[in-house]
Design a binder for this molecule. Structure first.
Ligand code: ATR
Length: 274
């Protein structure tokens, strides 16, 4: 019997996950199918129940269902508990297990694919929504010397810093509060790029040799990537590698075998450019 997997989202038609997992499966000789399933905004739990009843083994979850997926799980990984959101579901005899592979995907893309160690570096995280929250603990586990969370709405950044204060002291505030500081790694976890908007960052944030990472991706450069180049970032990356790496992590969890993400990332990059 071919094992079934899917990604739930709304919208979901644009999802690259089916193509990514099909390549992983071919590479690893795994007999599985992976499809994109549109769940109604008020019908996520029902859609999951139907998929499980039809023999589904696991699923990814994307916007806007990651928090609802968290609530649906009977058991969760420690990193999912910290993230407050779930992007990977495993359907077992004893119920639904939830994990969150987004942070691990981001860290692997930065440290392995981009060869930029995070230990001992100063990180600025832009944004304080679900995307930012999901990557904080995995970033802190890499032992940076400092983490600053900056957000348009300062309260939300400060609340996030408090939520992680038991791990390490985290600075937080609005964008203006970062003035006069500089950082080695600046990660954009806001959705401002979706609206084609650049963030009002004070000048001088990018230290010599710094990395600018946008968790978003698109056909060309995002507004954040353009701003980072103009302000002197040495290395500028979009979030396509994170997308492939969070998928590889989910695949490994489901199938017990780790796919080679680099050829899949290269193929996706070519497709996006074409
Ligand atoms: P996600 O799950 O993608 O993180 P979210 O929880 O809605 O989505 O959070 C969106 C993030 O992008 C927030 O940090 C938001 O800032 P506010 O908290 O101040 O709303 C940020 N964001 C979205 N559009 C933005 C814009 N045009 N300028 C600056 N920040 C923006």
């Amino acid at each position: 019997m071919t094992d079934r997997y899917c990604v739930f989202g709304n919208p979901v038609a644009h999802s690259r996950s089916p193509a990514i997992h099909a390549q992983f499966a071919a590479q690893c000789g795994q007999d599985l199918t992976y499809e994109a399933l549109l769940a109604p905004l008020d019908g996520f739990a029902d859609a999951v129940a139907r998929f499980v009843a039809a023999g589904g083994k696991g699923a990814n979850v994307t916007v806007p269902f990651k928090e609802e997926a968290f609530r649906l799980c009977q058991r969760r990984s420690a990193r999912a508990e910290r993230a407050g959101a779930v992007n990977t579901l495993c359907f077992n005899a004893d119920g639904i297990f939830g994990d969150n592979t987004d942070g691990a995907g981001l860290v692997r893309d930065i440290e392995v694919n981009l060869a930029q160690p995070l230990a001992g570096r100063r990180i600025l995280l832009l944004g304080a929504g679900g995307a930012a929250r999901g990557v904080i603990a995995p970033l802190l586990a890499c032992q940076p010397t400092a983490l600053f969370i900056a957000n348009r709405t300062a309260d939300k950044a400060e609340a996030l810093a408090r939520a992680f204060a038991d791990i390490v002291a985290v600075d937080a505030g609005n964008y203006a509060k970062t003035a006069g500081r500089s950082f080695d790694v600046i990660i954009n976890a806001t959705s401002a790029s979706l609206a084609g908007e650049a963030l009002p960052l004070p000048p001088g944030l990018f230290a010599p040799g710094s990395l600018a990472y946008d968790m978003m991706y698109g056909k060309g450069e995002t507004p954040f990537m353009g701003l980072a180049r103009a302000q002197g970032a040495a290395c500028v990356a979009d979030g396509l590698g994170m997308l492939v790496e969070q998928a590889a992590e989910a695949f490994a969890l489901w199938r017990g075998v780790r796919p080679d993400s680099l050829p899949v990332l290269a193929a996706l990059r070519r497709q996006l450019a074409g």
